[in-house]
Design a protein around this ligand. Structure first.
Ligand code: ADP
Ligand code: MG
Length: 558
């Protein structure tokens, strides 16, 4: 039988795929199972729209069979099948593969593993198989066909005997090469774990024969092994369940099963959105800082599912940096698994979801702050720094999102307060939100610069982290109140005493210029001040930045 060649583009992609070493070859199984599930979906749809058909759920399943001896792996489905024409057009060419090939090449160049992130479909089978056979019978057709290919050199199609409608994909698993072993794709436990990892939430049962142990009959200590067909996937994902069906423990269990962290979640957020873009999501705020959080190795991101199929393990685009500690997943029906469909459109949907998630996290944290202050403060001790960095990042473009989540230590309350609490307590004559920067609360409390402000009865926020003042510089104002360092030259308090100071300055002109000369190069100016009570002298900052901030800035590498 004459071999039909693949279309040129498909051939190039095949070459690329076969000859490249992908870290996650295992995704071929996800692709085949997804295709099987799609084929069953099509039957399901037919049954829904055609009154002469009935759809018995039990009749529809996917079965995985491994034959170690002959190195065969089979993926069998009871879906809609393919006609001869469909075999040719579906498996002979990759639809819109131009963009796929483009993507594949480009992503590979900068080290990304696009194959592992998005569906590439049927062809991924060639990553582990040197020959692929497809036996299929289309719904409504009396003739079945066999399609076969050993890779880039083309494929054959011939009539075949098959009774039932559906498709059977048979992979001849590659022989082990020098440094490559393919045996794992024939191992029961390995197949089991691949299915669990990538296809757990496929809506149809994925069946496989599993080896179990039981007590030998008549014995109470001797075991025997036996084979049993089991359904491997759990089918209904927890995120599709109703919140009120689920307990806190369910969420904790999910968090741990998913290895989101070694700790427990401090809080979970379960989201269901049914608007123009539909998605389900479960998000977690960890209790502890992930061990690699402040290292370069830490990767933010959420798991991304398309209709129950995991397509990306860490989708970074779903989380802004300041929420990078959030763990969890997103499942959307509206994302295409196949990158050969419009990437652009997908991006738009992803952006929509990301924005939506950002808002949900923000609102959830605000409620958290309001309803469970103690626990929120625990959270804040762990991740508050990240929020402050978020205010400062990108020239403060997201400050509105974050400003109400911030807490600072208050001189008056002697505990953490929000900016809103501060402002709502401000006496009428107070113009600014005052803050003082220093190493510790203790040291700040003893700073002479705080005296006058404190004496006026005004509250002072204590900034002890290097990021604090940077963040506040980005905020600039909160509820129309400007921030002011207690160390700045003009505190906006001593209006009426200005005249007096001017007179005193005249009287002491010589003394002041003597001091200035003596300290030349160390200070810019020496002035009479009304802000001091118990201290004879203090330093103030000249410009926009406080002395502490200047210290940080000058310590920074250029
Ligand atoms: P995609 O699934 O994104 O369309 P694939 O390369 O995975 O791309 O599959 C190509 C096409 O082959 C599918 O769209 C489908 O029409 C057909 N196909 C693949 N596997 C099956 C199957 N098990 N049953 C029926 N049709 C299939
Ligand atoms: Mg597919």
């Amino acid at each position: 039988m004459a071999k039909q060649p693949f279309q040129a583009e498909s051939k190039r992609l095949l070459d690329l795929m076969i000859n490249s070493i992908y870290s996650n070859r295992e995704i071929f199984l996800r692709e085949l199972i997804s295709n099987a599930s799609d084929a069953i979906d099509k039957m399901y749809y037919k049954a829904l729209t055609d009154e002469s058909l009935t759809f018995n759920r039990e009749d529809y399943y996917i079965r995985i069979e491994a034959d170690k001896e002959n190195r065969l792996l089979k993926v069998i489905d009871t879906g809609i099948g393919m006609t001869e024409e469909e075999l040719k057009s579906n498996l002979g060419v990759i639809a819109k593969s131009g963009s796929l090939v483009f993507k594949t090449k480009n992503e590979m160049k900068d080290g990304h593993d696009i194959i592992g992130q998005f569906g590439v479909g049927f062809y991924s089978a060639f990553m582990v198989a040197d020959k692929v056979t497809v036996l299929t019978k289309a719904f409504g057709s009396s003739q079945a066909y066999k399609w076969e290919s050993s890779g880039a050199d083309g494929f054959t199609i011939e009539p075949f005997e098959k009774e039932t409608v559906g498709t059977e994909i048979i992979l001849k698993i590659k022989e082990n090469a020098e440094e490559e072993s393919y045996d794992e794709y024939l191992e029961e436990y390995r197949l089991h774990s691949i299915i669990k990892k990538h296809s757990d939430f496929i809506r149809y049962p994925i069946k496989m024969e599993v080896t179990e142990r039981r007590l030998k009959e008549g014995s109470d200590d001797e075991f025997e092994e036996y084979k049993e067909e089991q359904i491997i996937n759990s089918m209904v994902p927890i995120w599709r369940k109703n919140k009120n069906e689920l307990t806190d423990e369910d969420y904790v269990k999910f968090y741990q099963e998913k290895h989101y962290g070694f700790d427990k979640p401090l809080k979970h957020i379960h989201i269901k959105v049914d608007g123009t873009v539909r998605y389900h999501s479960i998000l977690f705020i960890p209790e502890n800082i992930p061990f690699d959080y402040y290292s370069k190795e830490y990767e933010k991101g959420l798991e991304l599912y398309s209709n129950g199929v995991l397509i990306m393990e860490k989708c970074a685009d779903l989380l802004p940096d300041y929420f990078s500690f959030v763990k969890g997943m997103v499942d959307s029906e509206d994302l295409s698994l196949n990158i050969s469909r419009e990437m652009l459109q997908q991006d738009r949907q992803l952006k929509f979801i990301a924005k939506n998630i950002q808002n949900k996290i923000k609102r959830e944290l605000e409620t958290f702050l309001k309803n469970d202050r103690e626990k929120y403060e625990l959270f804040y001790k762990t991740f508050g720094r990240q929020l402050k960095f978020g205010v400062y990042d990108h020239f403060g473009q997201d400050k509105e999102v974050l400003q109400d989540l911030l807490l600072f230590y208050s001189s008056k309350e002697e505990k953490l307060v929000t900016l809103d609490e501060y402002v709502s307590r401000m006496p009428e004559d107070q113009k600014y939100i005052y803050y003082a920067t220093g190493e510790s609360n203790d040291r700040i409390a003893r700073m002479p610069q705080t005296e006058l402000v404190a004496d006026k009865g005004y509250e002072i926020l204590y900034f002890t982290e290097d990021v604090d003042e940077f963040a506040i510089k980005m905020l600039r104002v909160y509820k129309e109140k400007e921030f002011k360092s207690v160390a700045s030259g003009d505190l906006g308090i001593d209006e009426d005493s200005k005249k007096k100071t001017e007179e005193e300055e005249k009287e002491n002109k010589e003394l002041l210029s003597y001091m200035k000369e003596t300290l030349s190069g160390k200070v810019k100016d020496v002035k009479i001040s009304t802000r001091l009570k118990n201290y004879p002298v203090c330093l103030t900052a000249d410009g926009e930045v406080s002395i502490e901030m200047e210290k940080i800035l000058s310590a920074m590498p250029n």
